[in-house]
Design a protein around this ligand. Structure first.
Ligand SMILES: Cc1cc2nc3c(=O)[nH]c(=O)nc-3n(C[C@H](O)[C@H](O)[C@H](O)COP(=O)(O)OP(=O)(O)OC[C@H]3O[C@@H](n4cnc5c(N)ncnc54)[C@H](O)[C@@H]3O)c2cc1C
Length: 423
């Protein structure tokens, strides 16, 4: 197959860089332009809520400037794309347009913000520096949104000696990813580390130094982080003739239109959009292979990890919130693993520092193995409904939490400013 003459990659983050690397590794010798909205070279985001926030590292570049140069790519930093025309095959920026034979969209996602709430967000390196500057031992941080990133920030801030309150309208942390039962285990972990949990309560407003809750209570804070999820960064693509919905809508191989592909957090492949580091690289390589007419074995097992305190949480698969879940102990060190299933078939796993279970059962998640066969490989069920007295997580005892669940501000209609919006 003939190689395209010009590839334009939009988004100089993980997905954009990995696409460029894969194209070169697979032998592409044509021209590549990489457009990035930020002024920084491509850097890694997972450390932002971990080492960078704690001040243990300043940044994790994905490649040095020399290594980027070695890729023979025309790099345009601080140059956000403002539009793309599939028909005219151009990408526009404020400083000019770039013609393409193939375009790869890798613009990631933007943090959701609550309208009227003056609070920080955490998506970029500059966000991490700003949040880090606001935290010191003894200061008070309120984290609005107890998803995985909110939980990571809470854990990092506790390690810095910060007083942390973790707020969520749902009754347990990270419910969207873990389900409520495993979310309660995570909540217990944070409580054991001194995080104040305010779960199952909506937000009524905020004032400088205060978060107002819809049960009438107030959380005083020196810094407030809103961590309520992200939306795919697609606003710049309006009018592009692409199908935009929950991201750039693509087929199962990442093709959005002839010669136009999307990868990473912005990309919706056959109805699924991932927001996890590992799938970005897999997608980028698969797209590079397609551009060059080569084979690629794209794996479809979603994987994520999250570092909180001294635990590494790891997830496999795409379990639905109402899937059945069994919490079991794995291996001689009795590592805690949640086993998710639907109609008797394995749909996913979440391990608490249980890498060996996650590695060994990967193909079973992909195959949807009979869950009874999987459970036989574990030792004891965890006691009761809860948590996991295990060698590595001896303190994971589920705490009772409120069961009330409603959207932010559903009670306080007088302050309609508080609705989720993308930034
Ligand atoms: C704080 C934090 C911690 C995380 N921790 C984990 C973790 O522990 N484990 C895990 O699995 N995942 C984690 N993730 C998720 C992971 O980092 C993302 O899935 C991954 O970065 C997505 O890569 P991407 O290239 O799609 O998007 P991004 O990394 O967001 O890169 C997109 C780039 O495109 C640029 N851009 C946007 N619009 C334009 C435009 N119009 N023109 C040009 N450029 C544009 C953006 O500025 C950005 O640099 C974390 C994410 C964050 C924010």
């Amino acid at each position: 197959m003939e190689q395209p003459g010009r590839v334009v990659v939009i988004g100089a983050g993980l997905g954009g860089l990995r696409t460029v690397e894969s194209l070169r590794r697979r032998g592409y010798s044509g021209r590549i332009a990489l457009l990035g909205a930020e002024r920084h070279l491509p850097y890694d985001r997972p450390p932002l809520s971990k080492h960078v926030l704690r001040g243990e590292r300043d940044v994790s570049w994905l490649r040095s400037a020399d290594d980027v140069t070695a890729l023979d790519v025309s790099l345009h930093l601080d140059t956000p794309a403002t539009g793309l025309s599939v028909d005219r095959r151009t990408v526009n920026t404020a400083s000019g347009s770039h013609a393409f034979d193939v375009a790869v969209i890798a613009t990631g996602a933007l943090p959701r913000r609550l309208v009227g709430m003056d609070a920080q967000v955490l998506r970029t390196l500059d966000d991490a520096y700003a949040l880090r500057a606001a935290l010191h031992a003894g200061s008070r941080l309120a984290v609005v949104g107890a998803g995985l990133i909110g939980c990571e920030v809470a854990a990092s801030a506790r390690a810095m000696g910060v007083e942390v309150t973790l707020l969520d309208v749902l009754p347990a942390p990270a419910t969207r990813v873990l389900g409520s039962r495993v979310g309660r285990i995570l909540g217990a972990l944070h409580a054991r580390h001194g995080v104040q949990l305010r779960l199952g309560v909506g937000l009524a407003g905020s004032e400088p130094g205060r978060v107002l809750l819809d049960d009438g209570s107030i959380v005083e804070a020196d810094a407030v982080l809103q961590s309520i999820g992200v939306t795919p960064d697609i606003a710049w693509l309006r009018g592009s003739e692409l199908n935009l919905n929950d991201g750039v809508m693509c087929d199962a191989g990442g093709r959005a239109a002839p010669g136009v592909f999307a990868v990473g957090d912005v990309a919706n492949w056959a109805g699924h959009r991932h927001e996890h580091w590992t799938s970005v690289g897999t997608q980028a390589d698969h797209v590079a292979a397609q551009i060059l007419g080569q084979d690629s074995a794209a794996t479809d097992v979603a994987y994520w990890w999250s570092d909180q305190y001294d635990l590494k949480l790891q997830g496999l698969g795409r379990p639905a919130p109402d899937d059945d879940v069994e919490v079991r102990a794995w291996g001689p060190r009795a590592r805690t693993v949640a086993v998710y299933s639907r109609n008797g078939r394995l749909t996913g796993l979440v391990g608490f520092s249980a890498s060996s279970a996650i590695m060994r059962l990967r193909s079973d998640v992909a195959a949807g193995t009979d869950v009874q066969k999987i459970l036989e490989r574990f030792t004891e069920p965890m006691p009761h409904d809860s948590s996991a007295p295990s060698a590595d997580t001896p303190d994971l005892i589920a705490t009772p939490v409120a069961t009330q669940s409603r959207p932010f501000n559903s009670r306080n209609r007088a302050t309609p400013d508080f609705r989720a919006k993308s930034s």
